[in-house]
Design a protein around this ligand. Sequence first.
Ligand code: GLY
Ligand code: MN
Ligand code: MN
Length: 435
Amino acid sequence: MIELSTYQQRRLRLAEQMQGGVAVIPTAPERPRNRDSVYPYRFDSYFHYLTGFGEPEAALVLVAGAAPKSILFCREKNPEREVWDGFRYGPAAAREEFGFDEAYPITELDAMMPKLLADQPSLYFHLGADSDWDARAVGWLNAVRAEVRNGIAAPSAIRDVRVLLDEMRLIKSTEEIAALRRAAEISTAAHRRAMQQVRPGRHEYEIEAELLHEFRRMGAQAPAYSSIVAGGANACVLHYVDNGAVLRDGDLLLIDAACELDGYAADITRTFPVNGRYSAAQKDVYEIVLAAQAAAINAVKIGASWDDPHQAALKVLAQGMIGLGLCTGSMDGVLESGDYKRFYMHKTGHWLGMDVHDVGDYKRGGQWRKLEAGMVLTVEPGCYIRPGEGVPESLWNIGIRIEDDVLVTAQGCEVLTLAAPKTVAEVEAVMEEAI
Ligand code: GLY
Ligand code: MN
Ligand code: MN
């Protein structure tokens, strides 16, 4: 639960970092209805980070300066629409409940913006995210420019407000870490449930349903991304989301799935045997990916570079691939040539937060950035072995990824998703319980 005062502090911090000027941060549009079907609404993460306000058709206007001012534009109350779509705060109640200085109907935004931008040095906005909003921003600017002969100056700069917000969002507060922890807890419970429900002959979608059951049962609003439930060869398709195949005895099942809770995401992958026991070949590959993940997690600490965990994982994977007969030569040679990319073609992680691929630069001034306390990232090495020339047949169609969510701490790091079974012994024991 994020306190009201936290949102107010975030707005003040943003205002402090702006060099004067006015920021406009709109929320996300609603998904168009498919005839009369209504889809769940998901706010824009930047807007929500600054407001906590969950309704569509809203925008925050932040006027920086000696006495910063937060103005919410939102839908008016509408008793008839509220019968169909639910409660709306309306500007007066929203101002009160969410602690804004002022609030107005969203229909007044275009008329008020030229006045708010008059004599301001800059407009902080994210150009290019939404063409309708871009057009509105150009309209406001042109309306102020039309007033030059009346002695009014138009902003001379448009700055990307997200550059400031990305840095703020990158370091997670105690409240945010608590939300991430809870999203992780629900998601790990879902992975345990999936392990206990899987049987040869069941479909991938039946296991997906078990995951969704656990997410919703425990109060998560939605999956944080489309669940990947990929049996056998499907695990070698990185963005597999069909989830329609039958699970076969002797195959592995790769599940990359996690929930979103109160605007914060988890992101977890586990790979386990459909029949409850890893085969010798599956275990050989699994232990390499697990060791690569351990090496990467070990590299997560304050002051390490963003790329250190990836490099640590690559070394273990390259050595492992040589041992498995997938690559030839020395570890350095395999790293140098990039031969490992045939079997491991993605990076070892990304920032995690309100968005599953969360915001924040990975490089600063051309250098990988240094890890700091409060950053949260995924660590997700894998190995995907498609049938092919020179590939030992015993390894064909083995696709494995192991993904955890990791918080950088003063002591090193904390894995938030440890409760999802991971070692061969843990996974087999949890699956055994269910039989
Ligand atoms: N589930 C998305 C990812 O692992 O990056
Ligand atoms: Mn991920
Ligand atoms: Mn994932």
